[in-house]
Design a protein around this ligand. Structure first.
Ligand SMILES: C[S@@+](CC[C@H](N)C(=O)[O-])C[C@H]1O[C@@H](n2cnc3c(N)ncnc32)[C@H](O)[C@@H]1O
Length: 229
């Protein structure tokens, strides 16, 4: 089922738990991204399976990515939190996660109130996958700044790739005509917020047919030059 959402941008509202939870249901783009995330954690001396204790997922929907990370990648994590503006997804996801005995806690909230939602904490890993397309340039830049301020190890962002020219060359964000989804220079936003991009993968949407729900741009960032200590 497709529904219209914030700003008119549609996205797939598949609330059926059976369609979203489970390692085999994870979208290929997410599976690839989490492999890059874990590889880069190792590079900075963090063992994903024992050193990652806290994770925050911005725009978590039902919490299926957090659940995948809890069971498959970060089994030592004791704090797994997510927020999403979609109250129904949060309620449904929380109910299912309680049945599983999961430690994941989901809350309803908008990115505009992210700083308060993240509290006074820094999280080992902060994620924002497929959400910045709903935010204009100022809102996306603010979200990046807030997420970096609450990141201890790595921030991971999946956003929309710009066709033809790598997003890193964009001087401004724009809403793509097809669906008004915002395309950003995420690396530029990270740098502007004082962070450091440690990995990027841009795939030209004009060349790629692998990912059915839009071509992803991967960005991994650290909050600053001294963040490894
Ligand atoms: C395309 S889905 C991605 C869900 C999940 N992160 C993933 O990777 O599969 C986008 C999610 O962002 C959420 N979202 C959109 N705008 C938001 C906002 N302003 N604040 C919080 N969540 C938002 C939507 O409700 C939706 O769950």
């Amino acid at each position: 089922m497709w529904e219209h959402h914030v700003g008119g941008l549609p996205y797939a509202k598949t609330y059926e738990i059976a369609h979203r939870f489970g390692a085999e249901k994870l979208r290929p783009s997410r599976a690839e991204f989490f492999d890059h995330l874990c590889a880069h954690l190792r590079q900075i001396g963090v063992a994903p399976e024992k050193d990652v204790k806290s994770v925050f997922d911005v725009g978590c929907s039902l919490g299926y990515a957090l659940r995948f990370l809890e069971t498959e990648k970060f089994p030592a994590a004791t704090c797994l939190r997510g927020i999403d503006v979609d109250q129904y997804a949060i309620k449904t996801g929380n109910a299912y996660l309680r049945q599983l005995g999961s430690k994941i806690e989901l809350s309803a909230g908008d990115v505009s109130a992210l700083d308060a939602a993240m509290g006074d904490l820094k999280y080992d890993v902060v994620l924002c996958c497929g959400v910045l397309m709903y935010l204009d340039e100022d809102a996306a830049a603010r979200a990046i700044q807030t997420m970096l301020a609450h990141t201890r190890r790595l921030l991971g962002v999946i956003s929309l790739a710009n066709p033809g020219i790598d997003n890193i060359n964009l001087v401004a964000s724009y809403a793509r005509p097809a669906d008004q989804g915002f395309v950003h220079n995420v690396a530029g936003m990270v740098r502007q917020a004082g962070g450091r991009v440690v990995f990027r993968k841009w795939t030209d949407p004009e060349q790629a047919s692998r990912f059915s729900l839009g071509t992803p741009l991967f960005t991994l960032a650290q909050p600053g030059p001294t963040s490894n200590s």
